[in-house]
Design a protein around this ligand. Structure first.
Ligand code: CA
Length: 231
């Protein structure tokens, strides 16, 4: 599970971010001042930092400078206001990977987080690859890259876990309850409709209409298998 540190003094924004990132399968923690952010950064291991610029106690640029002194690799995405153009430029010069201008669409932030994490994982050659293939689909558990044919597929963490589960158990019919347990965890009290919703997302992203591999087994659940022959 990727860990994200949110350094943002607007508590409302920080709380929504933490909640939404949690829903997407990230382990997110928030702090509200520059100094608290720096302390949290050094106290724990982080895969990515979301950094507001206008922060009490220590400006975001100073926080960034100090983070980069110790860690050149951790992806940092700046959360900036419209009128902070100079600070954006300075932040990128100081080694920020990306920035989002507030107010932003959460979906776009998610895409940028995924992109930043992918680049970081690619840059780390020590990762041993753990790849699953089925027909033209390839899923790499370590780099979390998904390909269909030559197309890279961008999945949220939850979508990824669901596809990975199918890739590890090809041709095995799975009930919604089994998928819930495997992907959402035993303590997930939602109803099983969430499985149908995520299957729909996966099918869309995998462009599964063309040659479907995620099949519905009526009254039972779902299965990953070859496209059915026209019978
Ligand atoms: Ca602020």
């Amino acid at each position: 599970m990727n860990r994200i540190l949110i350094i943002e003094d607007e508590e409302q924004i920080a709380r929504v971010l933490q909640l939404e990132l949690g829903f997407e399968g990230y382990d997110a923690k928030m702090v509200h001042t520059g100094t608290a952010g720096l302390l949290a950064f050094h106290d724990e291991q982080w895969d990515l930092v979301l950094l507001d610029l206008m922060l009490p106690e220590m400006h975001g640029l100073e926080v960034l400078k100090r983070i980069r002194k110790h860690d050149e690799a951790v992806p940092v995405i700046l959360l900036t206001a419209k009128n902070e153009i100079q600070d954006k430029v300075a932040g990128l010069d100081l080694g920020a990977n990306d920035y989002m201008t507030k107010p932003f669409e959460f979906e776009e932030l998610l895409a940028r987080i995924r992109a930043a994490l992918r680049i970081r994982q690619r840059a780390n050659p020590s990762i041993v690859t753990n790849e699953y293939r089925f027909l033209d689909v390839a899923v790499n558990e370590d780099t979390r890259e998904v390909m269909r044919g030559k197309t890279t597929i961008d999945l949220t963490p939850r979508e990824f876990e669901l596809l990975l589960h199918f890739m590890k158990h090809p041709k095995l019919v799975q009930s919604r309850e089994q998928l819930l347990d495997a992907v959402w965890g035993f303590d997930y009290y939602g109803d099983t409709n969430v499985v149908d919703v995520y299957i729909r997302y996966l099918r869309q992203k995998l462009n599964d209409k063309q040659s479907p591999i995620l099949h519905t087994v009526r009254g039972v659940g779902y299965v990953l298998k070859e496209p059915a022959n026209e019978a």
